[in-house]
Design a protein around this ligand. Structure first.
Ligand SMILES: C[S@@+](CC[C@H](N)C(=O)[O-])C[C@H]1O[C@@H](n2cnc3c(N)ncnc32)[C@H](O)[C@@H]1O
Length: 268
């Protein structure tokens, strides 16, 4: 199976990421939502905070709001940025901001001519949609910077990720739908199944200047799916730490299995 964890070069090192953890935790302890089950926990929040600070864009488009923990983090990290937040169901929000422009329709139904500086905008997708299609179409709209939260390797996950594309793995929806209706939809191309292929990876290698999987702070012996966290099955960048060297790292240890290979991508 093909595998890529990095394309191009980022301007930071493991040491820089490690050294920034205490600053992140100062912010993280102010988070408005204590129980963010179904949404971002410390591994994602840390990666998002770190990458947003590094890229420092003027605009952020967030797709997948859930309770609003991520919206809060974006606002806290980039107080001068204009934030656009999308969720098909905005009723779950517990954190709302008057400074944020909210939408309740898919990203592609929105007229993005409202954003002038697309090259100074990051798109943060945490909405479990086909990441490959997002990149292809958003590139056409002129957007350069991307974060994808649900970047699952071949096997688990409910959407086609860039990681799966780099692995040539395709995507098999674990649909509850069975029988004739499933067969008809498959024949008509109406499911979101993606056949294993190498052309999507070739396309990504051509258009991306950077593809970077944020390293986990820790990895556990077992994944959240209950099997061994084996590097062959779940190729993962080296974790930042092997042991809990400081007490403040405990939260990352406890939530290590919620890591989702969050990736940063930049179009050439
Ligand atoms: C994992 S949650 C997002 C977690 C959130 N980023 C956080 O800060 O905790 C996924 C969200 O994506 C939303 N969603 C599903 N399809 C979507 C779409 N096409 N566009 C935007 N949001 C979508 C769901 O309603 C759900 O609230």
């Amino acid at each position: 199976m093909q595998e890529i964890r990095e394309l191009g070069e980022v301007s930071w090192t493991y040491d820089e990421i490690r050294n920034s953890i205490p600053d992140f935790l100062e912010i993280y302890k102010q988070k408005p939502i204590d129980d963010n089950q179904g949404g971002m926990k410390s591994p994602h929040m840390f990666a998002t905070w770190f990458l947003l600070k590094k890229i420092n864009p003027k605009n952020v488009i967030e797709s997948g709001v859930w309770k609003g923990q991520g919206t809060w983090l974006i606002e806290k990290t980039l107080p001068d940025a204009k934030i656009y937040s999308i969720d098909l169901n905005l009723s779950k929000r517990e954190y709302l901001s008057e400074k944020v422009m909210y939408f309740d329709t898919d990203f592609f139904n929105i007229d993005w001519s409202i954003i002038q500086e697309k090259e100074n905008t990051i798109l943060f997708f945490d909405d479990h949609q086909n990441a490959f299609e997002r990149i292809k179409k958003c590139k056409g709209l002129g957007f350069k910077y991307y974060l994808f939260e649900d970047n699952y390797p071949s096997g688990p996950g409910d959407c086609y990720s860039l990681k799966k594309a780099f692995q040539h793995a395709g995507f098999e929806p674990d649909s509850k739908e069975r029988g004739l209706s499933k067969i008809i939809k498959t024949l008509l191309g109406k499911t979101n199944r993606v056949a294993p292929n190498s052309k999507d990876a070739s396309y990504l290698k051509r258009v991306l200047e950077i593809y970077y999987e944020f390293p986990p702070v820790f990895i556990k012996k077992k994944t959240r799916w209950g099997d061994n966290w084996d590097g062959e099955i779940y190729p993962t960048p080296l974790p930042l730490y092997e042991e809990v060297e400081h007490d403040y790292l405990r939260v990352f240890r406890e939530e290590a299995d919620s890591y989702t290979w969050l990736c940063y991508a930049k179009i050439r």
